[in-house]
Design a protein around this ligand. Structure first.
Ligand code: AMP
Ligand code: MN
Ligand code: MN
Length: 319
């Protein structure tokens, strides 16, 4: 791996971990790195620790190798934390802390670096894009290419968000040369929704409310709703993006209940509001246009607290 090969070449045991509730970029980055390291360091033992990925990612080869039980005493020579800082590693955090060398590879602007070695580049569309540039081209095979491509596609909303750069497209073009069925992969992992996922999205959209003269929109899914529609948090991806698509909206907020008076908050913005800054205020993080945090309190208190920050930012921009 470019830039860090001397740091890992002696490693006999390597662990790879990503963030809690892993998204497409996270799952794909972890898997791309796994396949790559197996080729670069064929003698090393490489283990992946990650919460169970959403079902569509079963299209990735080797996904069954992921360990979703984190009960190990192993002290790894190297731990790669990918697409997050240490705080979001969840139950993999103790394994990360114990490791002899910690390498953090990420693209979140809110990440100040959690490793002994940090490659954190916020201008990157995705961790997958950043990883690709660290790879020696001759070691990249079709499985690695697939994972990198899907990872980039997920974090760019299929090359649509403003984080898509000419370089992102250049990498995507290189990857397509491997000849995999990119169209089917995007359809299956990004667009396709189960019936229940579609129903809960409809329910959340129906329940959405606009405020601040239509510049903000908010919606919520309770645990009872999730039970009723037989869905879990993994099934709620995409709802906040749909809300952000409403004409006139500068900032969309979506919350789902994770415990009593406890909500996971997702925010999206058109760039006018820096939602990463808002999320950081409440202990979370992310990017300018997409960020998240966990909040305690009633739904309405949370909206009040978030909207105060959003309003202050909008006032500052004067638009
Ligand atoms: P989400 O709304 O969960 O899709 O997340 C939007 C973006 O913010 C993603 O890039 C996440 O990785 C990031 N993010 C979400 N929650 C947090 C958090 N608690 N801390 C740091 N980053 C987060
Ligand atoms: Mn992610
Ligand atoms: Mn990412």
């Amino acid at each position: 791996m470019k830039r860090i090969s001397s740091e890992i070449k002696e490693a006999k045991t390597i662990a790879i971990g990503g963030h809690v509730r892993p998204d497409g970029d996270c799952v794909c980055s972890v898997m791309a790195l796994y396949h790559y390291l197996k080729k670069e360091l064929p003698q090393a033992q490489i283990d992946v620790y990650l919460e169970e990925p959403p079902a569509p990612f079963r299209v990735l080869e080797g996904i069954e190798e992921i360990k979703s039980e984190f009960n190990t005493d192993t002290i790894y020579d190297v731990f790669f934390a990918v697409d997050c800082n240490d705080e979001r590693l969840g139950d993999a955090l103790p394994i990360f802390r114990r490791a002899r060398k910690r390498i953090n590879i990420d693209h979140h602007i809110s990440n100040t670096g959690s490793g002994d070695i940090n490659i954190v580049e916020p201008e990157r569309s995705s961790t997958a894009e950043l990883l690709y540039d660290l790879m020696e081209p001759e070691l990249v095979d079709v499985e690695i290419a697939k994972a990198i491509y899907i990872g980039i596609a997920h974090d760019t909303g299929v090359f649509r968000y403003s984080n898509t750069s000419p370089h992102t497209m250049q990498i995507a073009a290189d990857l397509l040369k491997f000849g995999f069925d990119f169209s089917a992969l995007i359809e299956e992992t990004f667009y396709e929704k189960t019936y229940f996922q579609t129903q809960i999205m409809g329910r959340a959209i129906l329940g959405s409310v606009r405020f601040m003269d239509g510049r903000c929109i908010v919606s919520m899914v309770s645990r009872r709703m999730m039970e009723f529609y037989c869905v879990s948090p993994k099934d709620l991806d995409g709802i906040v993006n749909q809300l952000q698509g409403v004409k006139g909206v500068d900032c969309a907020i979506f919350m789902y209940e994770i415990g009593t008076l406890e909500y996971k908050v997702s925010m999206r913005s058109n760039g006018l509001v820096d939602v990463s800054q808002v999320a950081v205020k409440f202990g979370g993080g992310g990017h300018v246009r997409a960020a998240g945090c966990t909040m305690n309190g009633t739904y309405h208190d949370n909206i009040n607290n978030l909207s105060r920050e959003i309003e202050a930012q909008l006032k500052k921009t004067g638009e």
